[in-house]
Write a protein that binds this ligand. Structure first.
Ligand SMILES: [Zn+2]
Length: 187
């Protein structure tokens, strides 16, 4: 089976990739969307993705592809990152008919944040189903029943330390230590 993992460089996508590489024999393709945003997060994410990919390759060979989305331009239709991820995943599946599963990782704290996240996830699935045309790929949302602390235990330390989560990184791409995700991760 061929799996596509939507790979942001954060802990959820790192855990999805790690599990797919260690617990299955599936051919794994990672796809990173460079989401250009005002906070300049994409540069820090790029670094995390490159470093994580190098480390994951040492576990088992996989592929990495990238695309770019300019999130600075206003979009009324795809305002949530998850929707852009779903649309892009569908494009990748249309171009590569061997992909059978498109995987996105979410953890328990995202889901516990409420109905909004669940609804956004449901819309993302619909976007994927419409945009994938006649591709046979299935949208798979890996919801890890784990909080951030438990994910830290599931991931090898080397991989965890390479992940990126800060919402507003500093000019030198290091974490700000102030935003919500930095606090969650105790950075
Ligand atoms: Zn931060």
């Amino acid at each position: 089976m061929n799996s596509l993992i939507m790979f942001s460089g954060g802990i959820d996508s790192a855990l999805s990739a790690y599990k797919e590489l260690t617990q299955t024999n599936n051919a794994v393709q990672l796809h990173h969307i460079r989401m250009i945003n005002k906070e300049n997060r994409h540069t820090a994410e790029d670094i995390a993705v490159r470093n994580l990919f190098d480390a994951l390759q040492r576990i088992r060979p996989c592929r990495l592809t990238k695309s770019t989305w300019d999130a600075c331009k206003e979009s009324r239709f795809m305002s949530a990152d998850m929707h852009i991820v779903a649309f892009t995943a569908a494009q990748v599946c249309v171009n590569d008919r061997s992909i059978q599963r498109a995987i996105v990782g979410t953890n328990l704290s995202d889901v516990l944040r409420g109905q909004d996240v669940i609804q956004r996830g449901a819309i993302a699935e619909q976007i994927f189903d419409i945009a994938k045309l006649d591709s046979k790929a299935i949208w798979t949302r890996n919801i890890f029943e784990l909080n951030d602390e438990q994910i830290k235990e599931e991931l090898p330390e080397e991989l965890y330390n390479l992940t990126h989560s800060c919402r507003t990184p500093r000019r030198d791409h290091s974490p700000c230590h102030r935003c919500k995700t930095c606090k969650q991760k105790n950075l």
